[in-house]
Design a protein. Structure first.
Length: 428
């Protein structure tokens, strides 16, 4: 299911991983080359010892010691030595008088020339400031020296273009594709990670989060809502002809039966020849009651009678079929609005084929505008390699996908779990 889209998304993550790791490897080789030439990495520049220079006291203490050593030899200093000692003493005395003795590290003037330690400190400070926003050269140098790399927007752009093409070719609606791209860009740009270690995890996580945000729109606990609603719960099904509405109704009847809830079926599709026979066959197979009227009857009256039957017989759920209609058919859409207005169903579920892709997305939007839907069922999901409808329907309608039809048997109905769908598309 959705294998085509899965392959395209996998291609995106692997391409970004390969590109970023190649860039990191090149940077590492450059760093190694610099080290071989004797240049230390930016974060390994040794700081000069601040107490390397002798203080005034150290200088004065050293002079007598030197004199003692000379006197201990029993010989008189040479004329040159005497002259040097006299000059040293004179310089020391002048320094004391002028207050210009060599200061220790803590008392150096702010006007003193900048040392290597000061430069390194400023680079560290600049990198810390730039980490919150754009990164300067000093920050990048430090990151590379510490074995990290930064993912920039320009590094991603070509890959994002490829991802956009992959999504659109998988029938993902344009605005939904843009939402996904924006999410991936926001999640990845500016990220810092250790070089050559699990880039793919970072990319997959960013893509997973972005996909989940668009798929998870409006999700609610279907079973909990049914259990907590006043009985009978009335559910009306809408959609175009031939997409599996009637079969989905039968599948939900089995679904509720397995959860201890009774159902009655209502054939509100009074316009199509053979619709009654089709639903009656399902009712017979499932041993369910069906409410029907003659062909051409008012669909609202059929659903109303089914609700009254459910009240009289303690039935938990009414499942009402409606005529397949195009969103361009004003008369049929007016009938749908009438059912919505007079019956006020607890839920209106839109049914379409997952393989319809962009058409399903457009129809979901139009049906939601005509009579607000509460959720969607996508049939033939097992035959859909693209997944565009599954990605897009919830986002464009603001209402969740609740079930996926995955076959022709009554048990072939799966609850739609956004996390499982995203994990299946992205991988663990």
């Amino acid at each position: 299911m959705f294998d085509g889209l899965k392959d395209k998304l996998s291609g995106f993550t692997s391409d970004v991983e390969e590109d970023v790791d190649e860039e990191a490897l090149e940077a590492e080789e450059e760093t190694d080359a610099d080290e071989a030439d004797g240049e230390a990495p930016a974060d390994q520049v040794a700081e000069p010892a601040t107490d390397a220079q002798p203080s005034e006291g150290d200088t004065q203490a050293a002079t007598p010691a030197a004199t003692d050593d000379q006197s201990g030899t029993g010989s008189e200093p040479s004329a040159a030595d005497s002259e040097a000692i006299d000059e040293s003493a004179t310089a020391s005395s002048a320094a004391v008088e002028d207050g210009d003795a060599v200061p220790d590290a803590d008392s150096q003037s702010d006007d003193a020339p900048e040392t290597e330690a000061d430069s390194a400190s400023e680079a560290d400070s600049a990198s810390e400031e730039d980490d919150d926003g754009g990164r300067g050269l000093a920050a990048k140098a430090k990151l590379m020296a510490t074995g990290k790399t930064v993912i920039e927007e320009e590094d991603l752009q070509s890959h994002l273009d490829d991802l956009e093409l992959a999504l659109l070719s998988s029938d993902v609606e344009m605005s939904v594709a843009n939402e996904i791209l924006d999410g991936v860009k926001e999640n990845l740009t500016g990220q810092t990670r250790r070089r050559l270690s699990s880039t793919g995890n970072l990319v997959r996580d960013a893509l997973r989060e972005s996909l989940y945000d668009v798929i998870n729109v409006g999700q609610f606990d279907f079973d909990e809502r049914i259990q907590q609603a006043d009985k009978p719960v009335t559910i009306v099904f809408t959609g175009v002809n031939g997409v599996g509405k009637t079969t989905s109704i039968a599948k939900l009847a089995r679904y509720f039966e397995e959860r201890g809830l009774s159902t009655v079926l209502a054939n509100g599709d009074t316009y199509r020849a053979g619709a009654n026979e089709q639903l009656e066959k399902h009712a017979e197979n499932l041993d369910k009651k069906i409410i029907t009227h003659e062909q051409g009857s008012d669909p609202t009256a059929v659903v109303y009678d089914a609700v009254e039957y459910a009240k009289a017989n303690d039935i938990d759920v009414v499942l009402g079929d409606t005529a397949g209609r195009l969103h361009t058919s004003d008369d049929l859409m007016a009938q749908l609005e009438k059912i919505d207005r007079n019956i006020d169903p607890d839920m209106t579920l839109f049914v379409d084929e997952a393989v319809a892709g962009q058409d399903a997305v457009n129809r979901a939007r139009e049906f939601n505008d005509a009579a607000e839907i509460d959720g969607a069922i996508l049939t033939k999901a097992d035959a859909d390699p693209q997944g565009g409808a599954a990605i897009s329907v919830a986002h464009v309608t603001g209402k969740p996908i609740l079930f996926l039809g995955t076959g022709q048997d009554y048990d072939d109905l799966e609850q739609f779990d956004p996390e499982e769908i995203v994990d299946s598309l992205i991988g663990e």
